[in-house]
Write a protein that binds this ligand. Structure first.
Ligand SMILES: NC(=O)c1ccc[n+]([C@@H]2O[C@H](COP(=O)([O-])OP(=O)(O)OC[C@H]3O[C@@H](n4cnc5c(N)ncnc54)[C@H](O)[C@@H]3O)[C@@H](O)[C@H]2O)c1
Length: 368
């Protein structure tokens, strides 16, 4: 049965996020940065990484797994590169500072690349290339994550869902923004299905014996117990290219750990050798490329615009009305959500009301 849904105005949800973050000891400036990243996810229709994750951050902060008020430090730096130590602070704060460093370096020298270690979950990967696009740059962002994806021919949850995002400005209103996990699905989408009490499609998750798993709650528990794994992009075997998703995920894991001597694979489980919760030690990698160092930005924007328009104008498959290019769906969704509010189902509303009570924030009303 479909759950009842309310649509909460974006500004109310944003202010609530800021209030929850400041209520956990984060400064107002940093709380706004965190809320900006979270609300961008809701605006773009990415249900898995917005308000739905607020309780997770709150619980990790409360448990001391994330430091509310540390500042990232620079370990090593050159004109075009840097290694940043996150000091276990809020991932969104560390990531926006690191991406800003990459942008500043690219403005000065054409390119900037920043590797980060000992950070925490930073929300949607695509937020950070969007920062570069604002400056007429190409932006790229990568992060590793808790182990939950099996390598091809394996069944053990080993790699993170390790997203890749790549963004570039175009001569259209909507920039090009590819932002996706290197697994068929990501853990957040399983959480969304669990809250919506819906089954997980066959082909997304396998058990220890390589058999499909369909129950979202069971899957979330089984991944933690090492008994289930999400499949890499392309799926379970080499036949449909599962090995390519696996290798792309490994590439992200390398960029997110090897250059900064950070944690990788099982070291990101969030559990210590006694199976007690411990810090996640997530790594990220950001790149910015200044388009003006290659050619006049308007020429680039026209080139990419023509490329995307050509793609969209190609022959449609029977029954399909439209060919999309990356970022279009989310761009259109943002306009819709700004006008209509963020859809929140009954289970998610319960989480919001729980946080409201925990932090004693009576001033908020969560209805349409
Ligand atoms: N921080 C983390 O640890 C972490 C880990 C995994 C995923 N994530 C985030 O989760 C979010 C969702 O990831 P996902 O893998 O479910 O993304 P997705 O599958 O919903 O979309 C991936 C990309 O495909 C594009 N797209 C969708 N349909 C298309 C079509 N028909 N034609 C062309 N392009 C199309 C989208 O614009 C998007 O850029 C992302 O924001 C990602 O960064 C974060």
């Amino acid at each position: 049965m479909e759950q009842s849904m309310v649509h909460i105005p974006v500004d109310i949800l944003y202010k609530f996020m800021v209030a929850v973050f400041t209520g956990t000891g984060i400064s107002e400036k940093d709380a706004k940065t965190c809320a900006d990243v979270l609300i961008k996810s809701d605006l773009r229709g990415i249900e898995s990484h917005g308000i739905g994750r607020l309780r997770m951050y709150y619980e990790r902060l409360k448990a001391g797994l994330i430091e509310p008020s540390v500042t990232p430090s620079i370990v090593r730096e050159s004109p075009t590169t840097a290694v940043v130590e996150g000091n276990h602070g809020m991932g969104m704060v560390i990531a926006t500072q690191a991406m800003q460093m990459a942008i500043d370096k690219a403005r000065e020298y054409g390119m900037g690349a920043v590797a980060v270690r000992n950070s925490t979950h930073f929300g949607i990967d695509g937020y950070y290339p969007l920062m570069a696009i604002e400056h007429n740059m190409i932006g790229m962002s990568f992060t590793n994550a808790r182990p939950c994806v099996s390598p091809t021919h394996g069944t053990q949850p080993t790699l993170g869902t390790n997203p890749i995002s790549f963004g570039a400005p175009t001569d259209e209103e909507c920039p090009f923004l590819y932002d996706g996990a290197t697994s068929i699905t990501q853990r957040g989408k399983i959480e969304v299905l669990a809250r919506a009490e819906k089954p997980v499609p066959a082909g997304w998750v396998i058990d220890q014996n390589n058999q499909p798993m369909l129950d979202a709650d069971q899957i979330l528990d089984a991944i933690l117990a090492d008994d289930a794994a999400l499949l890499p992009l392309g799926g379970e075997s080499e036949r449909l290219g599962g090995h390519k998703g696996y290798c792309l995920s490994t590439m992200v894991e390398i960029l997110s750990s090897a250059l900064q001597s950070g944690a990788f694979l099982f070291q990101l489980s969030g559990l210590d050798e006694n199976k007690q919760p411990t810090r996640f030690r997530v790594g990220h990698f950001f790149m910015a490329m200044d388009i003006g160092s290659f050619l006049p930005p308007d020429e680039f924007k026209h080139n990419i615009g023509e490329l995307l328009r050509t793609l969209r104008a190609t022959r449609k498959a029977p029954g399909q009305e439209r060919i999309y290019t990356a970022g279009e769906k989310e761009f259109e969704m943002e306009k819709y959500v700004r006008a209509n509010g963020v859809p929140v189902n009954a289970n998610l509303r319960k989480d919001i009301l729980y946080l409201q009570q925990e932090l004693n924030l009576p001033g908020f009303v969560f209805t349409d």
